[in-house]
Design a protein around this ligand. Structure first.
Ligand code: E4P
Length: 220
């Protein structure tokens, strides 16, 4: 399972990219708006920083305008993936873009039925939102498991991207469910690496090493 960052903040992206595990980035209009900068500049910086797929979301609702915007976003860089919403218009435009050889990510997916539609238009990625389902007392992980099972049974090539993840166990369970990608905020990415026993173990190892050095220096 590839690990993506769900952010438009270049500093967060650079920090995680240094770990060598960053597979790609997902952005959405809310995340880009948080940067309070020209969206094109924000997207370009991310597209250059990370080699993997970078999702850039359309904001037009009228099909022709959404299609033109999709074409513009796609030509920004070879690793650009165009996000379209799970609506009748988004599906129609997504199919047209896919037919042009453009990689699309169908976003705002909340049910297995919607995920089937995304696969049927040949989407590159489908994004079920787990956390937002949990927020309305539904079971996001159960929806993800069902989507992964259906894709396996049907032999769909569309990659399942577990989105709206809120804590490390969301990532662990997404991997177990068979998701191809998990995208998460910076704070959750940082939680993945942390374990109190790692910190305690390192402190002890370094303490013992320092004590050895001091002993040797005394004896010299
Ligand atoms: C990713 O593509 C989605 O836009 C994102 O994961 C949504 O997450 P949120 O529910 O935390 O806003």
């Amino acid at each position: 399972m590839k690990l993506f960052l769900d952010t438009a903040n270049i500093e967060e992206i650079r920090e995680i990219n240094r770990w060598g595990v960053l597979g790609g980035v997902t952005t959405n209009p809310s995340l880009v708006a948080k940067e309070a900068d020209d969206p094109e500049r924000v997207w370009k910086e991310i597209l250059t920083e990370v080699e993997g797929p970078i999702s850039l979301e359309t904001t037009e609702l009228e099909p022709e305008a959404m299609y033109q915007q999709g074409l513009d976003l796609a030509q920004m860089a070879p690793n650009a993936v165009v996000k379209v919403p799970m609506t009748p218009e988004g599906l129609g435009v997504g199919k047209r873009l896919t037919d042009e050889g453009i990689k699309i990510n169908v976003t705002l997916v909340f049910s297995p039925a919607q995920a089937i539609l995304a696969a049927e238009i040949g989407a590159y990625i489908v994004s079920p939102f787990l956390g937002r389902l949990d927020d309305v007392a539904s079971d996001g992980m159960d929806a993800l498991r069902t989507i992964c099972d259906i894709y396996e049974i049907q032999g769909y090539d569309t990659l399942v991207l577990a989105a709206s993840l809120r804590h490390p166990m969301h990532i662990v369970e997404s991997a177990l469910a068979g998701a191809d990608i998990a995208t998460m905020p910076f704070a959750v990415f940082k939680q993945l690496v942390k374990h109190p026993l790692t910190d305690a173990g390192l402190e002890k190892f370094l303490g013992d090493w320092k004590a050895l050095k001091q002993e040797l220096e005394k004896g010299a």
